[in-house]
Design a protein around this ligand. Structure first.
Ligand code: ZN
Length: 134
């Protein structure tokens, strides 16, 4: 019962990816956003969860280089996987793409995008250059 509602919650996230959007669950009762998608708020237990599109920029909280397994999007090994903290305060996992993916480190600003492969949509992040203000 709660498992099938979790499937629905995950589907809302996947449908967002298909539209090129990052949608994040947010609790209608306590107002907190959370990650990963699930049908019940992990903070207060409320079943009133809404999905909405969120900021598409974030900061790398942590990153690692994956050398084994099946790379996402039919890509190559190794690839860079990052935990990205977005403005909503939640951390989202995704592959880092771009020529400088190897150089991305914690604290770097990254931008969200969706890449498709074999009919599936994958969240990816790429580094953005931040203009320094004087
Ligand atoms: Zn809640």
């Amino acid at each position: 019962m709660s498992e099938s509602r979790d499937v629905v919650a995950h589907a809302a996230y996947l449908c967002g990816l298909e539209r090129g959007e990052l949608v994040i669950p947010r609790c209608s009762d306590c107002g907190e956003a959370f990650w990963y998608p699930r049908s019940t708020c992990p903070l207060c237990g409320s079943p009133k969860v809404d999905f909405s599109e969120v900021t598409t920029r974030g900061k790398v909280y942590s990153r690692t280089v994956v050398h084994r397994g099946s790379p996402p999007r039919g890509g190559d090994l190794p690839y860079v996987l990052a935990l990205v903290e977005i403005a909503e305060g939640v951390r989202v996992l995704g592959t880092v793409v771009g020529d400088d993916a190897d150089a991305v480190t914690a604290g770097d600003e990254v931008e969200f995008a969706v890449e498709s492969h074999d009919g599936l949509s994958y969240p990816v992040w790429s580094r953005v250059e931040v203009e320094t203000t004087a």
